[in-house]
Design a protein around this ligand. Structure first.
Ligand code: HEC
Ligand code: HEC
Ligand code: HEC
Ligand code: HEC
Length: 126
């Protein structure tokens, strides 16, 4: 009897979880800085992602550069990537925005052999 109740409770929990999940809208990055985005914004649950991936140093993504040299003890989470990376490369920054994102996100997923690397796994249809 006790087992049956626990089992029923578990099924109920699963059902609630499924309903809850299908209701929640996924957190995405905003692609509107790309003049005419070709793809839906990449899925990126900021805090949950970083916790799950075990990334503690914000500067892994929010880095600071001075004269093209990485400043290792500072971070730039108050700036958008697009404030420094432009649609096309410039003399100050040779890494265009799209390349900057793909390089940052995909390189780590390849290196760690975890996380999505296929187009449709990040740019999930809305
Ligand atoms: C690890 C996740 C990830 C993967 C895999 C990935 N992208 Fe992206 N991509 C991003 C992020 C993040 C951006 C910048 C924010 C945004 O537009 O969502 C971006 C931006 C873009 C942009 C510029 C914005 C736009 O929509 O025009 C294009 C084009 C693009 N990706 C195409 C691709 C293609 C093609 C592939 C597969 C070869 C791919 N991406 C794989 C994360 C990813
Ligand atoms: C795996 C990469 C990654 C890590 C690690 C990361 N972030 Fe972010 N964060 C992003 C991306 C990508 C954006 C969207 C930037 C954009 O739209 O230009 C963002 C946006 C933000 C924003 C909003 C910026 C704005 O002006 O709208 C804040 C605040 C922020 N992050 C804080 C943090 C803090 C604090 C940490 C460390 C505890 C952190 N982030 C770690 C990738 C990361
Ligand atoms: C304060 C300005 C600034 C901000 C904000 C910034 N970057 Fe950068 N980033 C640079 C500069 C400068 C370089 C070097 C460009 C060069 O060598 O021409 C660079 C280089 C890079 C590189 C290539 C080197 C490497 O680390 O692999 C990637 C990838 C990159 N940035 C991704 C991002 C992403 C993603 C964001 C947003 C989360 C971001 N950057 C925010 C200034 C910035
Ligand atoms: C320093 C390493 C690292 C960087 C940088 C990184 N990721 Fe990840 N990511 C991971 C790891 C590790 C996982 C798998 C976590 C797990 O399944 O335990 C992951 C999983 C994911 C997932 C699937 C799980 C989820 O949260 O939905 C998505 C989507 C994702 N990453 C998107 C991105 C995007 C977009 C960027 C760039 C803005 C990015 N990641 C940058 C390490 C990283």
């Amino acid at each position: 009897m006790k087992h049956k109740i626990i089992f029923m409770g578990f099924i109920l929990f699963l059902l609630t979880a499924v309903v809850a999940f299908s209701d929640i809208e996924v957190e995405r990055l905003d692609p509107s800085v790309f003049e005419k985005p070709h793809r839906p914004g990449a899925v990126f649950e900021h805090d949950g992602h970083n916790e799950m991936a075990g990334i503690e140093d914000c500067a892994v993504c929010h880095h600071v550069y001075e004269d093209k040299n990485l400043v290792t003890d500072e971070s730039s989470e108050d700036s958008l990537c697009s404030e420094c990376h432009f649609l096309k490369k410039t003399p100050e920054n040779s890494i265009p925005l799209e390349v900057a994102y793909h390089k940052r996100c995909k390189t780590c997923h390849f290196e760690e052999n975890k996380g999505p690397v296929l187009c449709g796994e990040c740019h999930i249809k809305e």
